[in-house]
Design a protein around this ligand. Structure first.
Ligand code: ZN
Length: 318
């Protein structure tokens, strides 16, 4: 049997045919164009699945199920998308729509959750029963894998680690609260801190790399920090300190075997994990006890397709 995995993004629909061990056999993608009626987006998903199946030399009969990772939340029971802000979708019966064309089980889950699940099956957290995946990008997404299964709570909104409060009366968040993890641990947070610092210290190597304050991105800051620029290092250490705090909050609640870091900031590699590990002991409560390993994700952009596809495996495991 093979599994169709769909990574539904605001820009592209990426579809892959995945085998039981999480290997992608073929891929196909098409622009999402979310302004269209959702029925058209669903139809494009079907076309891509059929194309990818042909490329992999598989038939629809050999397809076990369709899994979809969405940048939002879904109701697992009904297969309806509840919220998908950057697609502008609310209460969309996606499973029902897809099953009009291909009558197979359809599973829908959050994109960070499925990426974390993929890492736990065929990536860096392979073999861990419990792990937490964090995407450090424009925001902070999270996927909790608990006892080998994605965990998103009693109402489907668990794992919103990006919106746990890290600072009382802190930086205002897009969610309406203040001081959320996302405001301190995302690439956006690095950029905000760097812009402030570069106003006071225009000689920083960050500005030389970025060109102007408006063009500062996380990479410019991380590259300057790697080269030893003092301002960039100060920002990077502050960032890693915040991330260590967030990781400690996760540890206090779940004590996972591993915290997996993905997303743009994770391209900093061991420079990131080594620095975060300098700070985590400060916040750990049981300092002499083992603490979660902190590792960089291995599957990159393919994690979305693999994890979505493998949602079908969970049913088999039951
Ligand atoms: Zn928030």
């Amino acid at each position: 049997m093979v599994y169709a995995g769909i990574d539904l993004g605001g820009t592209n629909i990426a579809v892959g045919i995945v085998n039981e061990s999480g290997k992608i056999l073929s891929q196909c993608s098409t622009p999402t164009r979310p302004e269209r009626p959702y029925q058209e987006v669903a139809q494009d998903m079907i076309v891509c699945i059929e194309k990818a199946l042909r490329q992999a030399g598989c038939t629809v009969e050999s397809l076990h199920s369709i899994g979809i990772g969405i940048p939002g939340i879904a109701d697992a029971k009904t297969g309806r998308i509840i919220f998908c802000t950057n697609l502008g979708w609310r209460d969309i019966p996606l499973r029902e729509e897809l099953q009009k064309s291909i009558n197979k089980p359809v599973f829908i889950d959050n994109d960070a959750t499925v990426a974390g699940y993929a890492e736990s099956v065929s990536g860096v957290s392979r073999g861990c029963d419990t792990s937490v995946f964090l995407t450090l990008g424009t925001g902070v997404g999270a996927g909790i894998i608990f006892n080998g299964r994605p965990w998103n709570g009693a109402h489907g909104v668990g794992g919103e680690i990006g919106h746990m409060t890290l600072a009382v009366n802190g930086v205002p968040c897009t969610c309406g609260n203040n001081g959320c993890v996302e405001r301190y641990c995302s690439a956006t947070a690095i950029i905000r801190m760097a812009r402030q610092s570069c106003m006071a210290y225009p000689d920083s190597a960050i500005l030389k790399k970025a060109g102007s304050i408006d063009d500062i991105d996380a990479k410019a800051v991380i590259d300057a920090a790697k080269e030893g620029d003092k301002i960039a290092l100060r920002i990077f250490h502050r960032y890693c300190d915040f991330l260590a705090m967030a990781i400690n909050n996760i540890t206090a609640m779940l004590d996972p075997e591993m915290i997996v870091l993905g997303g743009g900031v994770s391209r900093a590699g061991t420079f990131l994990t080594d620095t975060v590990k300098e700070y985590t002991p400060r916040y750990l409560m049981y300092k002499t006890m083992p603490s979660p390993k902190i590792e960089i994700a291995q599957l990159g952009n393919e994690a979305g397709i693999i994890g979505a596809g493998l949602l079908g495996l969970l049913v088999k495991k039951q």
